[in-house]
Design a protein around this ligand. Structure first.
Ligand SMILES: [Zn+2]
Length: 485
């Protein structure tokens, strides 16, 4: 937006005199005057820009002026998206964006519940303040719905948190970038606007749709796990994550592991006196790195990543301890089967002093419904909150932007992506409330060619895995897929 600076500088005094200013604008206004003075001295353009930006955010301009000075602010969708992205919300620090969103949704006449995620203590604190949260460390999920009925047929849901590091919102022409613009504030903003528009057009009312925005999705889903205590269930849940505006047909499961090697410290000149833990660890890591894990035609290969290795204290000391941590993205088979394969591979090395541990949070490949006409489908490789929300609801995964840029230093999407996503979510909500496909319709892409529609109660289908090995696939609506080898 900086190219408009000269226009802004010219217009500012006019705008300021044209409107009656509330008292709280005095401070940024003073800063602005100061900034304009500095400009004459050739000083800091950046601070001038930020001063004007602060003023602009507080000033309610007529629509035609806003369209000219702040096209993003003139759009309910783009301004909501910008406001969400501007508030940093790296996992654990979701309070500010949550508090802002509670206010936004309340102003728009939604009934809003805040569900503490730090347990009873935080809950008491919230109650003691009459429902208002002001302590920065407080974390809470947000449930919003129309009217008094918190029980709704459909839920749309996404997450408030983003991955580090934070970098600010920017817009250049049609391109919008910044941390969270895609994952998942693009989904949040477009879900909210979709529900607002459907309500404005009287297409939905009380009891139809609720919105759930959770904390902690990026680090294990603690927010969604707590959301199970809301005491609610739904016919359909529409999850918002970047899917390039396609309906995800499934995503891989996860299993994390740690390999510990216990040796004995000694002087490196006398290796016979010690046991080198790094040397113990290496054969296990080579075995795991070369491991062939099950694949499926829908989700591709299971992949194993050795992500962290540490061992030893100095070059001249025989290391007493070494450790490696990794994660498997499971495309086929259960976490238990993958665990067995890993244990056997490490055992086959015949090295003693090596121990395996597995992370408590693990799940197999996740089946996602993708039976809505007019959407392309896509399998995805990342984890989501879908397996953390219990229940036998139908589930969709959809959102603007690509996962390929989501956690990167060039996260961004286009204005068109956001506008299309609002239309997409509205379509999905309509489908959820008035299903056209009928119960039991599941697209099983692996059977008889791409995207074949299988009518009726689909219970079992044959799926050929790579290497011509036969695999039984049990497709059950609303449950984690189980593929037995
Ligand atoms: Zn996400």
């Amino acid at each position: 937006m900086r190219p408009h600076l000269s226009v802004v500088a010219l217009l500012s005094p006019l705008l300021v005199h044209a409107f009656e200013l509330p008292a709280n604008l005095q401070s940024p206004l003073d800063s602005l005057k100061h900034g304009l003075g500095s400009l004459r001295d050739g000083a800091n353009l950046d601070s001038l820009y930020h001063n004007f930006d602060a003023l602009r955010q507080k000033l309610e301009m007529p629509a035609f002026v806003k369209q000219f000075t702040d096209p993003v602010g003139a759009s309910p969708l783009l301004s909501l998206h910008r406001d969400l992205v501007r508030i940093e919300s790296i996992t654990g620090n979701e309070n500010a964006v949550g508090t802002w969103l509670v206010e936004y949704l309340t102003k728009r006449n939604f009934t809003v519940e805040m569900q503490p995620v730090f347990g009873e203590k935080a809950k008491d604190k919230v109650a003691a303040r009459g429902g208002k949260v002001s302590v920065a460390s407080d974390r809470f999920n947000i449930l919003a719905y129309i009217g008094k009925n918190r029980t709704t047929r459909t839920l749309v849901s996404s997450h408030l948190d983003v991955v580090p590091p934070y970098w600010p919102y920017e817009v250049h022409g049609q391109k919008i970038s910044g941390r969270g613009t895609v994952d998942a504030k693009g989904s949040m903003a477009t879900q909210i606007r979709a529900v607002e528009e459907l309500w404005e057009n009287s297409e939905i009312g009380e009891g139809d749709v609720a919105m759930l925005f959770v904390v902690g999705e990026e680090t294990g889903g603690d927010g969604m796990v707590v959301a199970n205590n809301l005491g609610l269930s739904w016919e359909t849940v529409i999850f918002g994550e970047p899917t390039e505006l396609k309906l995800a047909s499934g995503h891989k499961g996860i299993l994390s592991f740690t390999v510990n090697a216990q040796g004995k410290a000694a002087h490196s000149g006398y290796p016979d006196l010690g046991i080198n833990a790094n040397s113990l660890l290496l054969p296990a890591l080579v075995a795991l790195d070369n491991l062939v894990l099950p694949s499926s035609k829908t989700l591709g290969d299971s992949t194993l990543n050795i992500g962290l290795i540490e061992g030893g204290v100095a070059a001249n000391v025989i290391p007493a301890f070494a450790q490696a941590r990794g994660m498997v993205r499971i495309a086929a088979g259960s976490p238990e089967e993958v665990k067995d394969t890993i244990v056997q591979a490490v055992n086959r090395t015949g090295v003693e002093g090596v121990k395996l541990e597995f992370g408590a949070e693990c799940y197999g490949p996740v089946h996602i419904d993708s039976d809505v006409e007019g959407f392309e489908t896509i399998p995805v490789s990342y984890g989501t909150d879908i397996p953390h929300l219990h229940g036998d609801h139908k589930r969709y995964l959809y959102g603007p932007g690509s996962i390929l840029v989501a956690h990167s230093d060039h996260e961004g999407l286009t204005v068109q992506d956001l506008q299309d996503a609002v239309r997409g979510y509205k379509k999905l909500v309509r489908e959820a409330l008035n299903p056209s496909g009928g119960k039991g319709v599941v697209v099983v892409e692996d059977v008889g060619g791409e995207g074949d529609r299988v009518e009726g109660e689909v219970e079992k289908e044959k799926d050929k895995v790579e290497g011509e090995q036969e695999e039984e696939v049990r497709v059950v609506e609303g449950e984690v897929i189980t593929e037995e080898l």
